[in-house]
Structures are given as structure tokens and as C-alpha cells.
Design a binder for this molecule. Structure first.
Ligand code: ADP
Ligand code: ADP
Length: 227
């Protein structure tokens, strides 16, 4: 479980990005942070893997204040997917994914087998494994990004607008794929989007933020839609 306990983030220029946020992200489900641009979604997400630390309050991962854990150790258990997959441009697709297990000490052969299995799992045509990122479409690159985030088998997955840059039809299939994958893997997922339809489709719980970094509402999708 991830707990935000009265978390405030004030940037050096005085901007309050997140204001006294308290909520719990249950283990094994998808919690979506939704709201307009600038409401503090990315800032909130990045306080979980310590790309940003809170100004006040605490973020706890299974009861442990994340700021007491050094970032590399913390991030071993937290996959991270962003809008532009951010693949290594000079490495083949398979090696983009295999790099992570290799860093964890797996031998190259085993890491590549693991990568191929993951690429298949995220629905990528594995015939693309020996291509380079620029030879793939945006949607295909995002699938690789998800595979890479899963490579170390982290219990937690942070996803920051991962499907926003692809066209609506591909986006829908990526969303379906994520739900299918999650039904097998039961990760603890925090998913950031500005798209309420996406939030309702993917989230077990949806946290609605408003500009100024306030939590306006926290509900399951059915309750949210009924309001
Ligand atoms: P969202 O992800 O919802 O678009 P962000 O978390 O990126 O929101 O930003 C929340 C607020 O904090 C916005 O007003 C943004 O301009 C501001 N902000 C984000 N990063 C910084 C920064 N490094 N310095 C100052 N202000 C920032
Ligand atoms: P995203 O598309 O991921 O929400 P943003 O456009 O919010 O990204 O921010 C891009 C980068 O600029 C981030 O590193 C963020 O911290 C920084 N940033 C965003 N808003 C501000 C701001 N008002 N002042 C300074 N840096 C900012």
C-alpha cells in the first residue's frame, strides 16, 4: 500500500503543486490520479519514487517513509512509464527490455529470454524485437516502455500519461492490454491522466485533483459517474 500522509509540495519559486494531500493507494489495484494540466498529478507520482521529495508530510510505501530509502533501492521495486517511452535509441527493442534484468545480475541469455516473454505479454509483435526504437510506431514504443518497466518484476508501477501521445484507437487497445495484464499480475498501479474517460475505464479508484493540488474527490468509478 502507498500512503500519502498530509503531503505538500512547494517548488522553490513558491508554486504549491500539491496541497495537504492524504490518500491511500491499495495494494494490487489501479488508482488513477485525474485532473487538468497543472493540478499536481506528475508531482504526486514522482514523490512515490523520490524524483521529488515532499516539502511537508510523508509518502509511505508499505508503512516505510520513502525518504528513508535511497533512490536506487527504492526504484528497484517501482516501475515507471512516461508519455514518450524514453527508450534507449541505440539499442534494439529486446535489449531495451533486457538491460534491466542484466543490471540486476541476470546473464545476457536469460535476460533476453525474459525480455522476449515480456514483449509478448504486452502484445508486441515479437518479430519487432531486433529493430531499433525509431523503427516502431508510438503505440509499439509504449508497449516496449511497459515491458521495460515490468522487467524487474516490481510490485509497484507508476504510469504518467503513458497512452496520451498515441491515437485514440491504439490508445484503446493499450488500455485493454493493461487491464488484461493487470488481471494476471496484480501490480499496485498509480496511473496519471487528464482524461476522465481513461480514468473511469482503468481505475478501481479515481482521485480527482484540482489546480492548486487539492484532492477534490476519491471514489470508485461507478460512484464517481453517479455524482
Ligand atoms: P500535472 O502533472 O497535473 O500537469 P504538475 O505536477 O506537473 O501537474 O505541476 C503542478 C504545478 O506545479 C503546476 O503549476 C506546475 O507549473 C508546477 N511545477 C511543476 N514542476 C515545477 C518546478 N520544477 N518548479 C516550479 N513549478 C513547477
Ligand atoms: P508533463 O508533460 O510530464 O506534465 P510538464 O510540462 O509539466 O511535464 O513539465 C516538464 C518539466 O518542466 C518537468 O521537469 C517539470 O518539473 C518542469 N516544470 C513544469 N512546470 C514548471 C514551472 N512552472 N517552473 C519550472 N519548471 C516546471
Amino acid at each position: 500500500m502507498i500512503t500519502f500522509d498530509r503531503v505538500t509540495k512547494r517548488y522553490p519559486d513558491g508554486t504549491v503543486a500539491v496541497d495537504d494531500l492524504s490518500l491511500e493507494v491499495p495494494t494490487g489495484g489501479i488508482t488513477v490520479f485525474v485532473g487538468p494540466s497543472g493540478c499536481g498529478k506528475t508531482t504526486s507520482l514522482r514523490m512515490i519514487n523520490r524524483m521529488i521529495d515532499p516539502s511537508e508530510g510523508r509518502v509511505l510505501l508499505d508503512g516505510v517513509d520513502v525518504t528513508t530509502v535511497d533512490p536506487p533501492t527504492l526504484r528497484r521495486g517501482i516501475g515507471y512509464v512516461i508519455q514518450q517511452a524514453g527508450l534507449f535509441p541505440h539499442r534494439k527493442i529486446v535489449d531495451n527490455v533486457a538491460t534491466v534484468p542484466q543490471l540486476l545480475g541476470w546473464d545476457r541469455r536469460k535476460a533476453r529470454d525474459r525480455a522476449m516473454e515480456l514483449l509478448e505479454r504486452v502484445g508486441l509483435d515479437t518479430g519487432l524485437a531486433n529493430r531499433y526504437p525509431f523503427q516502431l510506431s508510438g503505440g509499439q514504443q509504449q508497449r516496449v516502455g511497459v515491458a521495460r518497466a515490468l522487467a524487474a518484476d516490481p510490485p509497484v508501477l507508476l504510469m504518467d500519461e503513458p497512452f496520451s501521445a498515441v491515437d485514440p484507437i491504439v490508445r484503446a487497445s493499450l488500455q485493454d492490454e493493461l487491464l488484461r495484464l493487470q488481471a494476471e499480475l496484480h501490480k499496485t498501479i498509480v496511473f496519471v491522466t487528464h482524461d476522465i474517460d481513461e480514468a473511469v475505464k482503468l481505475g478501481d479508484r479515481v482521485a480527482v485533483l484540482q489546480v492548486g493540488g487539492h484532492l477534490a474527490q476519491l471514489d470508485d468509478p461507478a460512484t464517481l459517474l453517479a455524482r
